[in-house]
Design a protein around this ligand. Sequence first.
Ligand SMILES: *Cc1c(COP(=O)(O)O)cnc(C)c1O
Length: 427
Amino acid sequence: MTQSKHLPGGPQVHYEADELMMEGVSLKEMAQAHGTPLFVYSKASMLSALKSYQDGFVGRHARVHYAMKANSSLAILQLFARHGCGFDIVSIGELERVKAVGADLGLVIFSGVGKTRTEIRQALQAGILCFNVESVAELDVINEVALELSKKAPISVRVNPNVDPQTHPYISTGLKGNKFGVAHEDTLKLYQHAQTLQGIEIKGIDCHIGSQITSVGPYVDAMNKVLDLVDAIEQLGIRLSHIDFGGGLGIQYKAEHPPSAQHMWGELFKVLDQRGYGQRQIIVEPGRSLVGNAGVCVSEVQYLKPGEQKNFCIIDAAMNDLPRPAMYEAFHEIVPLTLHERTPVGVFDVVGPICESGDWLGHDRSLNVQVGEHVAILSAGAYCMSMSSNYNTRGRAAEVLVDGSSSQLIRKRESTQDQLHLERLLD
Ligand SMILES: *Cc1c(COP(=O)(O)O)cnc(C)c1O
C-alpha cells in the first residue's frame, strides 16, 4: 500500500486500500455512477459538526441557526432542521427554501444589509423569529412595512464590535469601514429610536465578525463589547430576550487548527456566566463550520499540459463550480482518488477549462495522476456549490449525500436545457 497522506477535515474522508472513500463509499464509484464534476457530502461529518455546538450548549438556552448561504441544498437543510436547527437567511429565495423543506419558519433569522420591501413583507407574513437590522434606514422601512400589515416586526440590531478577526479582508465583517452592522457608538441611539416605532418589537442584539476565524480570542473580544452594549441598553429599560453571536468559526483547509465549537462555547459561556448572561437565550449562526469539511468535489483529469514555466493539470471542475480560489485566493487540498507508486510525480497548476486566467483550483501541487483519472478537491462543502454559476454555459454540478455505505443523489446535474429554458429568441 502507498503511504497515504494526512487529509484535512476529519475521518469521514480517508484512503482505504489506496482508494479515497467518503465514509463507507468509494468516491471513484460515485464518479462513475454520477459523472463529474460531482460534489459529495458526508452526513456523519455534518452531524458531528452540529453535535459539537449542541454539546457545548448543554444546560443552556442556545440554538444553532444554520447560515444556509454556505450550502443551501434542500436535503442538507432537511438534515439540519431534523436535528433541531433554525436557519439564518439572507434573501427571500432562502426563505422559500426553508418553506420547501417544511421547517419551522418561527426559527428563521433574516440577516443582510439590503433587504427589499418585498422581502420584508414576505418574511413578516411568514412569521419569522427576527430581522437582524443593519442600519437606521432599514429599521424605518421595516417599521413602515409592518404598520402596513398591522404587525409588529421582531428585530435585533446588528452591531459592529470593531474587532479584527484576523481573517481574509473579504470575509471579515466586524471592522469599521466595512458595510455591515451599526457602529458601536451609534447603537444606543438606534435602540432608543426603535423603541419609539409602533411597528417594531425589540428582541435582541446581534453581531457577526467575519468568517474562517481559527481562534477564540476575537470571539471573546466581540462578546465583551456586545455585552457592554447589552448592559447599557438594558439600563435604558429595554429588555433584550436574545443575544446572537453570529457565525464565522473556521475549518481545516490546510494546516489550520480551529477550536472545536464545543471547546469554544465552553470558553464563551465562562464569559457569559461571569457577566451574568449565562442563562440568556443565545443564538449562533454558523455556516462553514457545519458543512465545509463535509464536502469534496470530485473531478476528472482531462489533459496534462507541460509548459516552459509551469505544468498544467486541466480538470473538468472550474471556477464556476468552486469559486473560492479565484475569489479569495483560497487554498483547497487536491488529492487523487487512487494512490499510485508511479514516478515521477508531477508538479502542476490545477486549472479548469474556463477562458479566464483566474480559473485555477490549486497552484504548484504535487500530483500523481494521469488523464482519465480523478482528483478530489477537499473541504468543499461550504461556499462552493452555493456560489456556483453558469459561466461559460456550464451546467451546475450534481450533488450526492453519503450516509455510511449508502448514498443518495440530492441534486441532479444541470442540463443545458435547464439553463436555456428562461431565455427567449427575438420576435
Ligand atoms: C455568512 C454569515 C454567517 C455564516 O458565516 P460562516 O463563516 O459560514 O459561519 C452568519 N451570519 C451572517 C450574518 C452571515 O452573513
